[in-house]
Design a protein around this ligand. Structure first.
Ligand code: COA
Length: 388
């Protein structure tokens, strides 16, 4: 038994302050059900990815999915959380439910509303995804953690400011083609490379353009069994999934080696029989440009310390040998925490069905997705292929 994505929905990402978490959930849930051509009553289980951690006063949000339709009443609905990989945690729960034959149709929703909080609340809430005895009081929230990682990387391998700016410029250029993206502006390399009043330092060597923005948004998927997928309007199959969890305290590991990321990719490649070079594109977790650089190394695109090559040589551009983040990534698209992993799967499914519009990677057949919680603590890889 395999699992397939047979429908999806994606809200715009950005400041959606006239909507509630409930509005966001209900909107994408209804749209995904309609897109998959199923009836709400066909849904066997629901997984909601919602990090929250103080962003929204309303907690215990799994049951809000039932507000999308009375046909969902009494369905088992569970909220799933794994920091910034919360969305993929929900997706992988759905895949497990299908492959374990506990469900034939699963509704997955990812949601977050962040922008109603003040800057200090946002920083405090996000830092809850780090090991607090290590990071309490660190300036600039999670950007402060990645600022320290960037400092350590620069000390070991030399200044990488050009490569980080190139990653930011690439993802912003790609984001122009993404109708759901928060920042649809081609900032260009020079703007991203140079500190300015419009692009100030945030933490360590990281400037504003090295960070994903603070976002509201939601995305949803319908994931189904082979039997249901056979009659669906479209079907994108999970060729493999892998989830690897690493230690939360950074002191217990080498922060410049995303070992959990490497293991997750390796497991997914082994299970799927696919190699990195077979992938048509990768959507990877660029919460900070420094993360994308380290992920090039962790996924095996370059040797440790040489991630810069992948972007400086143009390999990861949309027209390169392995396009990375053709959607614009978290950098341009935005990063509403619980929605991000679901969004990555929805956008990859669009690509594989040839329905990605201006984001389209021509002839895409195989997608790789890496969604990360914390600093490579929760590591989720999915390999997707179009089955029909
Ligand atoms: N990249 C590029 N431009 C950004 C941006 C980003 N990350 N964040 C905001 N902007 C733009 C805004 O669109 C706005 O542009 P405008 O003046 O043309 O409208 C301008 O910068 C100022 O926006 P503002 O919201 O005041 O910026 P800020 O300085 O308060 O916030 C960051 C910028 C980088 C500090 C904030 O986005 C942040 O904290 N990001 C990291 C979030 C995070 O840690 N997520 C979890 C990852 S694990």
């Amino acid at each position: 038994m395999t699992a397939s994505i047979i429908g999806w929905a994606h809200s715009p990402f950005g400041k959606l302050q006239d909507q509630t978490v409930e509005d966001l959930i209900v909107g994408v849930a209804r749209e995904a059900i309609a897109h998959a051509g199923i009836a709400p009553g066909d849904v066997d289980a629901i997984f909601l990815g919602h990090f929250n951690a103080g962003f929204s006063a309303q907690d215990f949000t799994a049951a809000l999915t039932l507000e999308a339709d009375d046909g969902l009443r009494f369905k088992p609905a569970t909220r799933v959380e794994n920091a910034c990989a919360t969305g993929s945690a929900a997706v992988h729960q759905a895949v497990t439910a299908i492959t374990a034959q506990k469900a034939k149709v699963v509704l997955v929703v990812g949601v977050e509303q962040m922008t109603l909080c003040s800057g200090s609340e946002i920083a405090r809430n996000l830092l809850k995804a780090s090991y607090l005895p290590e990071t309490a009081g660190i300036p600039a929230g999670f950007a402060g953690v990645f600022g320290q990682i960037a400092d350590a990387y620069f000390s070991k391998y030399g200044d990488q400011s050009d490569a980080l700016a190139m990653i930011a410029a690439k993802n912003h250029a790609n984001g122009v083609g993404n109708p759901y993206a928060q920042l649809r502006k081609d900032f260009g390399f020079d703007f991203c490379r140079n500190e300015s009043a419009q692009n100030p330092i945030v933490a360590g060597p990281l400037k504003r353009t090295d960070c994903s923005p603070v976002s509201d948004g939601a995305a949803a998927l319908i994931i189904a069994s082979d039997e249901v997928a056979a009659n669906a309007p479209r079907a994108v199959r999970f060729r493999a999934t892998a989830h690897v969890q690493d230690y939360l305290p950074l002191a217990k590991r080498d922060v410049l080696a995303f070992e959990g990321c490497t293991r997750a990719w390796t497991e997914a490649f082994d299970r799927s029989g696919v190699r990195l070079s077979d992938l048509s594109f990768v959507e990877t977790h660029d919460c900070f440009t420094m993360a994308e650089l380290l992920e090039y190394e962790a996924m095996g695109l370059t040797a440790p310390g040489r991630g810069a090559e992948a972007v400086m040589e143009g390999w990861t551009r949309k027209d390169g040998r392995l396009p990375v983040n053709p959607s614009g990534g978290l950098k341009a698209k935005g990063h509403p925490i619980g929605a991000t992993g679901v969004s990555m799967h929805a956008l990859s499914a669009m690509q594989l069905c040839g329905e990605a519009g201006d984001m389209q990677v021509p002839g895409a057949t195989l997608a790789g997705i890496y969604n990360m919680g914390g600093v490579a603590v929760a590591n989720y890889v999915s390999i997707l292929e179009r089955s029909r």
